[in-house]
Design a protein around this ligand. Sequence first.
Ligand code: FES
Length: 187
Amino acid sequence: MDGDSLSQRASALSRRRFLVVLGGATATAAGCGNGNPMTDGGDASPPEDATPGDAPEDTAAEDTPPGDGGGMCMGLGNDIMAVGDLAQGQFVLIDRGTIKLIMARDARGIYCLSARCTHTGCIVPAHDAAGFSSCPCHFSRFDRDGRVQPGSRAVRDLPNFLVTLCNNRIYVNRGEEVPLGTRVPLP
Ligand code: FES
């Protein structure tokens, strides 16, 4: 293969990769909510077979279709959203199939909490301006780091999942928890 052919092939591959990235971004945007379970289509009710203290956990760590066309970000978990779509001070409810998460960003970086209440598994909304999320089922409250507040029926904090930034996108590994308060600083 001569130099011109190699160059044409590289250009075609580059175009294909760009289209794959665009497709991934569209699918992700469709899965992002505004933090309101009433308008997000979020299921705020507890699972039918749920019992107190038996909340289902976000433990699946399967990969979503990779936003980078199967390259360097494979194996990092679920491709959740673009870094640029999460503003500082923002909390966003992600309600996409079995993926129920709250993505957040503050001055120290990006992090991710499970959106499943640790009481019986209702989906909690994104945090309010004061930095609290109140479960719609029995009103357990969690602070911005996921710490359960006194007086709540839940007794456990919201799990904080491992976040990795790759190719300007946010990946979450729901099979791996990190200490509350962990942040991923922006480069
Ligand atoms: S499910 Fe009971 S307080 Fe959240």
